[in-house]
Design a protein around this ligand. Structure first.
Ligand code: SF4
Ligand code: SF4
Length: 82
């Protein structure tokens, strides 16, 4: 999963672009739900939130490092439960 850093300026660009509805407004900045972020695996070749963020404040979450197979399995599970 990816993570939004505190530098986030709450520009609202990423939230509507997430195919997994993993991004929401947190206490001070937007946040990513690691249970819903597939790093866009299953939808796009690149993480779309990273593509649209104007200040590059989205990184790989060091507490949720996952390989592609794990991310794809998460994508399948999310699609099946919705
Ligand atoms: Fe959503 Fe993709 Fe960003 Fe994860 S990488 S938060 S799935 S847009
Ligand atoms: Fe924050 Fe970047 Fe998302 Fe804008 S696009 S709300 S700066 S994480």
């Amino acid at each position: 999963a990816l993570k939004i850093l505190e530098a986030c300026i709450n520009c609202d660009m990423c939230e509507p672009e997430c195919p997994n509805k993993a991004i929401s407004m947190g206490e001070e900045t937007y946040v990513i739900d690691p249970d819903r972020c597939t790093e866009c695996v299953g939808y796009y070749d690149e993480p779309t939130c990273v593509s649209v963020c104007p200040i590059d404040c989205i990184i790989t979450d060091p507490e949720h490092v996952e390989d592609r197979d794990t991310l794809y399995a998460k994508f399948v599970k999310l699609v099946q439960t919705e």
